[in-house]
Ligand binder design. Structure first.
Ligand code: PLP
Length: 415
């Protein structure tokens, strides 16, 4: 049995984005503060009289805010840059400790190190979300930590309402890593409507790297409702002199003029080509999420009756976006799991185990962030048995059946 389709097929760029990218290249207007002079790049609404030209990046920032409901957004070259900037904007000082998930992607602790911080790792549970009891304990042991960079791996959302409360009670600034959570919503019993994830912290960071929900190869967006964080981030991303005036939603000129000479320019801006390929993906997002949901639900049903497999629970408040599939294998030894991983790959299933020795999501591989590997027994046990694959939209229901059959057969043979 062999599966022949690629798991790594990225989503294609809509025709409109390709056309706009061509137009930009022909004009040379690639710098974000250099708008194309075409009528559709103006805005007419309550605040805008339709006479100002805006760049692709400025318009993307507006459209992103319209989607997630944030007041401000700043488009950057990556989500890693967004997390770095969010920490800087939140006031991190050299040597400060920052709480962070032990189960996440290496870019997350790297952004802390980049900002001069030192990660303090928190355990996850079998649903790949933060272990709240461990968080409380670590606060007691490390009472001076002032930041939490909370990562939502593969769009699995922790109990962020409870975490927000704990942060407030302990003077901890919460920053949300929503890299892989665009379109994910949160709604508790008393909320009238669901809200997009990223509204519980001081800032949230999204990614447009090819494997995420919108694809420009590379790209990141920092969102916030806080005007000081917004002003700092706009300036530090690389907005000098009066360029901030080219941002559509922005804090007052007085704030910028007051602080701009104190803020370095880190040159993290997004360029217009990137924004041009992203903009037409925004209106297609909800339809895409729906298509993922259909595939995900089908797979989850198939997996329900495979022995030695458990799929993660999702909190009732969360509507996850299922563009990838995770499951824990139960009752297998380390060598059996490795045998399963290699035989799955030989059968054409591009499956990874998060806790594999060469996986960038395994904390032991983040040696740059510690002198001695931290004790994280619970996370280690979970991620060494946690499997993951993407679900490209090119997959059909028949493909999902074949994947399930192969995995079921392999697990039966091994166990
Ligand atoms: C992809 C990803 C990142 C990094 O995003 P970049 O845009 O590549 O910097 C960070 N956190 C999570 C959870 C991710 O999935």
């Amino acid at each position: 049995m062999k599966f022949n389709k690629s798991f790594s097929t990225p989503d294609p760029i809509p025709k409109k984005g390709i056309e706009k990218a061509k137009q930009l290249m022909e004009s040379g207007h690639l710098f974000r503060y250099n708008p194309l002079d075409i009528p559709e790049n103006t805005l007419k609404n309550e605040e805008n009289d339709g006479s100002t030209l805006y760049s692709e990046v400025a318009l993307l920032e507006k459209e992103f805010c319209d989607y997630t409901g944030h007041k401000y957004s700043i488009a950057l070259n990556s989500c890693g840059s967004a997390m770095f900037l969010a920490l800087k904007a939140a006031g991190i000082q050299h040597g400060d400790e920052v709480f962070c998930n032990a189960f996440t992607f290496t870019a997350v602790p790297s952004s802390i190190v980049h900002a001069g911080g030192v990660p303090v790792y928190l355990e996850c549970n079998t649903d790949y979300i933060l272990d709240i009891e461990d968080f409380k304990q670590k606060i007691t042991i490390n009472p001076n930590v002032r930041f939490l960079l909370l990562s939502y791996m593969r769009g699995h959302i922790s109990d962020v309402e409870q975490i927000q409360q704990i942060c407030e009670d302990n003077n901890i600034i919460l920053i949300e890593d929503c890299a892989h959570s665009l379109g994910v919503t949160w709604q508790n019993e008393s909320d009238q409507r669901p809200t997009h994830i990223g509204h519980h912290g001081a800032a949230a960071c999204f990614s447009a790297q090819s494997n995420k929900l919108i694809n420009s190869g590379e790209g990141g967006i920092l969102v916030t409702n806080d005007e000081e964080i917004a002003a700092y981030s706009i300036l530090a991303a690389g907005s000098y002199e009066r360029l901030y005036q080219q941002h559509i939603a922005r804090p007052s000129d007085e704030i910028f003029e007051k602080i701009k000479r104190d803020i370095p320019n880190f040159s993290l801006r997004m360029n217009n080509l990137t924004a041009a390929v992203l903009r037409p993906q925004m209106p297609e997002l909800d339809e895409k999420i729906q298509a993922y949901a259909t595939l995900y639900d089908e797979l989850e049903n198939h997996f329900a009756d495979i022995a030695h497999v458990e799929t993660p629970n999702i909190l009732p408040e969360v509507q996850r976006v299922g563009d990838s599939f995770q499951f824990n294998v139960v009752g297998l030894t380390a060598s059996q799991i490795e045998e399963f991983r290699t035989s799955a790959q030989k059968s054409g299933i591009e499956l990874q185990v998060f806790g594999h020795t060469d996986n960038a999501r395994y904390f032991r591989n983040w040696q740059y962030s510690f002198d001695e590997a931290p004790e994280l027994q619970q996370t280690e046990e979970i991620i060494t048995a946690a499997c993951d694959f993407r679900i490209p939209l090119t997959f059909t229901k028949k493909d999902l059946q074949s994947i399930t059959d192969i995995i079921r057969t392999l697990l039966k043979q091994i166990h």
